[in-house]
Ligand binder design. Structure first.
Ligand SMILES: Cc1cc2nc3c(=O)[nH]c(=O)nc-3n(C[C@H](O)[C@H](O)[C@H](O)COP(=O)(O)OP(=O)(O)OC[C@H]3O[C@@H](n4cnc5c(N)ncnc54)[C@H](O)[C@@H]3O)c2cc1C
Length: 491
């Protein structure tokens, strides 16, 4: 079987590519290395930040893409922002609102817009039931159009023929299969869980830090490199940050229906629910994935390992994260004495947040995440997390240096680990999403989308990664389908 478009990766950008190419009439194959579709997109929260949407208009928000382009440059530290691909990011933001409308046409429901300073207007739109709603809607659309999807199929090589990429070899655990196609789109996500790539580009000291998504192995970056793609900004990462280790049960939004009538009902209710109720729901998300605020350490919280010992100056980033990853099971715990628990029980001292949307305090953690929050005397805390009680007493007392504190009513947060949320580096691409070589020339037949095709952009803040994954997929699918039917279209 000869395909028009083969998509490497069945996450957000890959499925968007597939849907868009199918809508153009192309024959499409999606190859996903995992047993299921979704990738990082499938476990994400689902925020999609964009300007000039119908949601903004109906909320009376007057906004412009030009302002958004300006504001998007205010999130990263200046030395990181200086390395942004300004032209590509502007192009992306000009096209992202159309992608939101396109997602709605596929049945995804949104709430918002929510504010996130320094964005001057509320621009964050959230898919109801979380980001898995994107995956479910796009999977159905691929199937509706007769696109082929093969899971447990890891692409290990790109086939080249007559100076262009002309197919792939994939491995299903038993046999290797070659499939040819007019074009290939790399949509394999990021490399946050690839210690070799992290060490190579960021430094060996970061090697032990994991990605939140353990399957984000950067194998499509390797594929791009094998055929001479230029990789940009490979040392820029989102994180590392300390984060609470996820509970064994599914996060609550994963239980909500993502497609069909159930999803429409959730969307309908979310649009009309009173603000306090929406905040309450969002608070559950906050304690599911968020990281404890660094201010906790500036205020005197103590970072301990499984032996109940301090191991680093916990106020220093990224030493704190690097040292945590070197401890037994890469695990840490955060001790708050009574005064700190009280301080972190009300505004403006919160344990985690999505700014301006909701804030989670000590009591929220005790109520919603008993697996990472326990309150009581030192004996209770030690027993709850299997820490040696004598060592815990010794560490806390020596830390307090004889100062007055109430050891009978503290709080232990954790386990925490240091994680990369995502990596920013990816293949250089042009506006057609064609992958470029070291000389800036397109590698014929090869496209990239999502984090694999991030093209040197810096997408800090919330909601731009998903917006890029879906926008770049939508545009790459169109271009790849066009080149498949008319090979001169890629020139
Ligand atoms: C907990 C969490 C929450 C987040 N929340 C948000 C949010 O709310 N908003 C936001 O904008 N961003 C968020 N992000 C970041 C965002 O989700 C991702 O950057 C984005 O979804 C990446 O999309 P993608 O298509 O590039 O990659 P993915 O969705 O990861 O898809 C890549 C797919 O390719 C597959 N693959 C890789 N290599 C191969 C191969 N060789 N052969 C076959 N298949 C392969 C992978 O298995 C994967 O399924 C979050 C990240 C995390 C970790």
């Amino acid at each position: 079987m000869q395909y028009d478009v083969i998509v490497v990766g069945g996450g957000g950008s890959g499925l968007a590519t597939a849907v868009s190419a199918l809508q153009e009439g192309a024959r499409v194959l999606v190859l996903e290395k995992n047993e299921q579709l979704g990738g990082t997109t499938g476990i994400a929260i689902g925020s999609f930040t964009t300007a000039e949407t119908r949601f903004q208009r109906s909320a009376g928000v007057s906004d412009s893409v030009r302002d958004h382009i300006e504001d998007a440059g205010k999130f990263a530290p200046p030395e990181i922002e200086a390395r942004n691909n300004d032209e590509l990011r502007a192009f992306f933001l000009e096209n992202s609102a159309d992608t939101l409308t396109w997602m709605e046409s596929l049945g995804v429901q949104f709430v918002g817009p929510h504010p996130e300073p320094p964005n001057r207007q509320p621009r964050m739109h959230n898919a109801t039931a979380g980001a898995k709603a994107y995956i479910a809607a796009m999977q159905l659309e691929v199937q509706r159009h007769g696109g082929d999807i093969i899971c447990a199929a890891r692409v290990r090589e790109l086939i080249r023929d007559a100076g262009r990429v002309a197919g792939v070899c994939y491995w299903n655990g038993t046999v290797e299969t070659r499939v040819s196609s007019h074009t290939v789109v790399l949509a394999g996500g990021d490399y946050s869980s690839n210690p070799e790539l992290i060490a190579r580009y960021k430094g060996d000291q970061y090697r032990e830090i994991e990605g939140i998504n353990p399957f984000a192995d950067g194998s499509s970056h390797d594929l791009a490199e094998q055929v001479g793609a230029k990789l940009l900004n490979m040392d820029i990462t989102y994180g590392p940050e300390l984060r609470f280790v996820a509970g064994a049960s599914k996060p609550f939004q994963q239980w909500l229906p993502a497609t069909g009538r159930g999803a429409r009902l959730v969307g309908f209710l979310a649009q009309r629910a009173p603000r306090w109720l929406v905040k309450k729901m969002i608070k559950r998300l906050l304690v599911t994935w968020q990281h404890p605020e660094d201010a906790l350490f500036d205020d005197g919280a103590i970072l301990l390992n499984k032996r109940a010992r301090r191991f680093v100056d916990e106020t220093k980033w990224p030493d704190r994260e690097i040292a945590t990853a070197e401890q037994e099971d890469k695990t840490g715990f955060i001790y708050l004495d009574k005064a700190l628990v009280e301080r972190y029980s009300q505004w403006p001292h919160f344990i985690s947040t999505a700014p301006d949307i909701a804030y989670a305090y000590a009591r929220d953690y005790l109520r919603l995440r008993p697996d990472v929050a326990v309150r009581g005397d030192l004996a209770k805390l030690a027993a709850a997390r299997e820490l040696p009680i004598d060592e815990l007493k010794k560490t806390i007392q020596s830390q307090r240096g004889g100062a007055e504190f109430d050891a009978n009513d503290g709080m232990l947060l954790g386990p925490v680990k240091a994680y990369f949320t995502t990596t920013e580096g990816g293949a250089a691409v042009n506006r057609r999403l064609q992958v470029l070589d070291d000389c800036g020339e397109p590698i014929r037949g090869l496209y990239a989308a999502g984090q694999t095709g991030s093209g040197g952009m810096v997408l800090f803040g919330h909601g731009l990664h998903i917006a890029w994954a879906l926008t770049s997929g939508r545009l790459a699918g169109k271009q790849a389908a066009a080149e498949a039917t008319d090979p001169t279209a890629g020139r």
